[in-house]
Structures are given as C-alpha cells and as structure tokens.
Design a protein around this ligand. Sequence first.
Ligand SMILES: NC(=O)N[C@@H](O)C(=O)O
Ligand code: NI
Length: 163
Amino acid sequence: MQELKLEQLTPADFAPFGVVLDKDLAEKRMINEGTTERFHALAMADTEAEGGRTILSLFRGQPRVFPYRITMMERHPLGSQAFFPVTNRTWIAVVALDDDGRPGEPRAFRVPGNTGLQYGRNIWHHPLIAVGEPSQFLVMDREGEGDNLEEIGYPAPYVITEP
Ligand SMILES: NC(=O)N[C@@H](O)C(=O)O
Ligand code: NI
C-alpha cells in the first residue's frame, strides 16, 4: 500500500483537474446598493452534453475514518461536478489524470473549509471525503440522460494516513 501525501491546494496545482472555488480569486461586484458583495462566476458548470442540465444539491458527508484507503476513483463523462462546503471544515480532494482510460497516479489535496472545487468533466476523482465531523456541501453537477458515472478500482490501494 502506497502512502498518499496531502498537498496544500493551489489553483496552479489543481488546474489540470478543474477549478478552485475561492472568493478571493473571483471578480468582486458590489450590488444591492452596496450592501452585498457578489463574488461573480466562481465556476461555469459544464453539464449540457447529451441534453443535460445543471442542478444544485446538498450533500451531507459522514467523516471518513483514517488511515483511509483510496481503492477506487470515479469520473463523470458528461458533466463537471462542483463541491462548496457549507460547514466551514477542511476536507480532502483526491484526483488523477487519465492514463489510457484508467486513473493515473492520484494526488490528494487538503482543501480549506471556505474553499470549494469544481472537478472538470471526465476528470478522475474520489467520491467526497469529509473530515472530522459530518460536513455539508453544496454540489453543482449534471442531471440528464446517459451514463454519467464511471468507476474504476486501483490495482493496489493508496492510503491517506491522517487528514
Ligand atoms: N455520487 C455522487 O453524486 N457523488 C459523487 O459523484 C462524488 O464525487 O462524491
Ligand atoms: Ni463525483
């Protein structure tokens, strides 16, 4: 079993996999007579393939138990998937580039509780990894026809020793 080290998240490091949803990276607009700051267009959903449409859901993830084994990855061939934490708690994202139709070497990022991520369409990622306590996330992804979930196991598991 190979140890998967947690990396600090940077937009550049995450760029091959998707977009970091961070208000400080967004265009800020003052609206509503100056009473509201609009952090505009953190991401653009990519959900229209094969007649899909964008939906917004709420996930409540139970915390994973560590050491946590990464034994599989998934991807959504027809749409992007964005997670934004509602409960301000650090979480973990595990992603991988494609290697001839299978997930390549995974990378694990520690994500601050005030930061979200959008996985690009067809990007390998591990299902939600909540840490410490049940954690809620707004999730923007695709509803529609077609098979939008592909899951593949790793021949040998990776392990995240501690969050
Ligand atoms: N299954 C589901 O809706 N969630 C996963 O895609 C995930 O990435 O957590
Ligand atoms: Ni997913």
